[in-house]
Design a binder for this molecule. Structure first.
Ligand SMILES: [Ca+2]
Length: 588
């Protein structure tokens, strides 16, 4: 459908021959330019995504961290229990923005160009972004926060459809005066690089406040232009290096001395009580590499407590800014007709291993370097297995809160239909009455991979069953109904789970059901061929500095890019992957 600005009528164009379409649009456009715009009742859309937050880290998903503003949105809207991301920063952003599986958009891995279509390290020209699609349909489009789907001027937010933007090229920056490894990361305002202490940003700033405040200013521009708005708010928190205002951290110090064992039990109990998690699903036990909290000495307890206090403070800052955003919408009488969706880009992050990192004179300040590590990541993802990077539920399951008073009747139950980032483009196209062209710059673009969430949000209409697929660094999965086939690494064995009786992936049914494994694996392979997961990039040839007669033994553990020859086969019983090997060569 094409929204015609005349008398609020809509003209269906998809069935008309092309010359007719053009002829039918021209008079409408001419008239529209002469007449005042009619009231536009299409909803505003705000996507709020956080970075590296686990499934159970907010109050209404089981956390002990108070998130009253998010909980209030959930109470007045809807909560999804089986919404999925891709398990990693860049692919998630590519999939969200385009409504495609990330390899289709050129971002199968991170931002390195590996020379094959699915791994170009940036959004390619053969995809639309939500901003492009909604912008053409008359929306005012804005983004704030972390971009991370390509760095060149051809791929920045301005080039990819955002009328306004304040963005980092990649994440990891939380304070305007931050020092350390992330200090060199760049900040852009409407496509032009600016310094972090640019006076327009009223430094010193903390990122979660900045992204929200600037977005609200963009929103006012949209209203002045009398347009519905689309705002993609990509928070940089709680991604490492974990840091937050000291006064917020201070509220949490000491609270994590309860330890990960007790806190995991408490989170799980709250999840069962709220109906999010079925009591019969056995939570993932503490992996053997993570020490029992009670075995720790006082010094270690103080250290770990402080790390998680910093992380909790980051979540609180996000929640406070959600409240600020909601208040801004309310003040402008825009809350009822705005769809807000809140979710995370991947599961809790175990990078930096068991001990994490706790560096700096005052950990948590702008000059420190804190990773909460695997012990706390296990808590982040209660009750699931695995972490960011992986396709088990701990890597790809995220909360999804939806708030839209004009469209959603508040519901107490959980929406348990499996849904995915690919559905966000289809939802925007549907709610924004926006055309999704079959070509871009005269070249074909794949059809949207997802489906509109409208039937689930409103309770009206059917949401068709369909399979879902994942691949990242050789980790892979397919979900068909409640059956999920998943593997750890390209050389990992397929595991089969019945998520209806075992969402936590504790009972591998593959040995008993080889026929189903074969069928689902073939279905996954077919998708992988269709969606540019294959061909894979070739492993980089190492420059030869010595004669061939003295070869070194080949390392089988390189993680630089998705060469897939490596040991991505890391399970709960595998050796600890502490240290930086987890992300070497990546853009976190
Ligand atoms: Ca992330």
């Amino acid at each position: 459908m094409f929204p015609c600005a005349l008398e609020g009528t809509r003209v269906t164009l998809t069935t008309l021959p092309r010359p007719m379409k053009i002829l039918s649009i021209i008079p409408s456009l001419l008239l529209a330019s002469l007449l005042p715009l009619p009231a536009d009742d299409r909803p505003n859309i705000i996507l709020i995504m956080v970075d590296d937050m686990g499934f159970s880290d907010i109050g209404c998903y089981g956390s002990e961290i108070p998130t009253p503003h998010l909980d209030a949105l959930a109470a007045r809207g809807a909560r999804f229990s089986q919404f999925y991301n891709t398990g990693r920063c860049c692919p998630t952003r590519a999939s969200l923005l385009t409504g495609l599986y990330s390899h289709q958009a050129g971002v199968g891995w991170m931002t390195a160009d590996q020379g094959v279509p699915g791994y170009r390290g940036r959004l390619t020209e053969q995809c639309h972004t939500i901003a492009e699609v909604l912008g053409r349909a008359g929306y005012f489009t804005a983004m704030t926060g972390k971009w991370h789907v390509g760095y060149s001027e051809q791929v920045n937010p301005t080039a990819r459809g955002f009328l306004r933007s304040l963005n980092l090229d990649q994440g990891g920056v939380h304070f305007s005066n931050q020092t350390g490894r992330m200090e060199t990361r760049k900040l852009f305002f409407n496509g032009k690089e600016i310094t972090k202490d640019d006076p327009r940003l009223s430094p010193p700033w903390y990122g979660s406040n900045l992204w929200t405040g600037q977005g609200i200013r963009f929103l006012d521009e949209a209203r002045a232009a009398n347009k519905p708005f689309f705002w993609y708010l990509a928070h940089v928190a709680p991604h490492f290096p974990c840091m937050a205002p000291e006064a917020t951290i201070a509220r949490y110090r000491g609270k994590y001395r309860a330890g990960w064992d007790q806190l995991a039990r408490e989170r799980h109990a709250r999840q069962v009580k709220s109906g999010l998690i079925d009591a019969s699903w056995k939570p993932e036990p503490r992996p053997a590499q993570i020490p029992a909290w009670k075995s720790l000495g006082e010094k270690a307890r103080v250290r770990y407590d402080d790390m998680m206090a910093i992380y909790a403070a980051m979540i609180e800052e996000i929640d406070r800014n959600v409240g600020r955003l909601v208040a801004a919408l309310e003040k402008r009488k825009q809350l009822d007709n705005t769809l807000i969706l809140f979710f995370s880009d991947n599961g809790g992050n175990a990078e930096a291993g068991i001990k994490g990192r706790y560096e700096g004179k005052q950990p948590g300040d702008p000059h420190s370097n804190v990773f909460i590590g695997r012990c706390w990541a296990h808590l982040n993802n209660v009750p699931f297995r695995q972490y960011k990077h992986y396709n088990h539920e701990g890597g790809i399951a995220t909360p999804l809160i939806a708030h839209w008073p004009d469209g959603i009747t508040p519901r107490k139950d959980w929406i348990s239909t499996p849904t995915h980032l690919i559905d966000l483009m289809a939802t925007c196209v549907d709610l924004g009455a926006a055309p999704y062209p079959a070509t871009r710059k005269s070249r074909p673009v794949p059809a949207m991979a997802g489906q509109s969430l409208r039937p689930l949000l409103t309770g009206k209409g059917e949401f068709a069953r369909r399979p879902l697929f994942w691949e990242h660094e050789g980790n892979a999965a397919i979900r068909v109904g409640d059956e999920k086939l998943v593997r750890l690494g390209e050389k990992g064995r397929w595991e089969l789970y019945d998520l209806a009786s075992d969402r936590t992936e504790q009972k591998n049914l593959a040995p008993q059901r080889p026929g189903r494994v074969k069928t689902l694996a073939a279905q996954w392979e077919d998708w992988a061929r269709r969606c540019q997961v294959l061909p894979r990039p070739k492993p980089k040839a190492k420059p030869r500095t010595k004669p061939r007669s003295t070869p070194k033994p080949r390392k089988a553990t390189s993680r630089v890019g998705p060469s897939f020859s490596s040991t991505v086969v890391v399970g709960p019983d595998a050796p600890d992957r502490s240290g930086s090997s987890f992300t070497r060569g990546s853009n976190p």
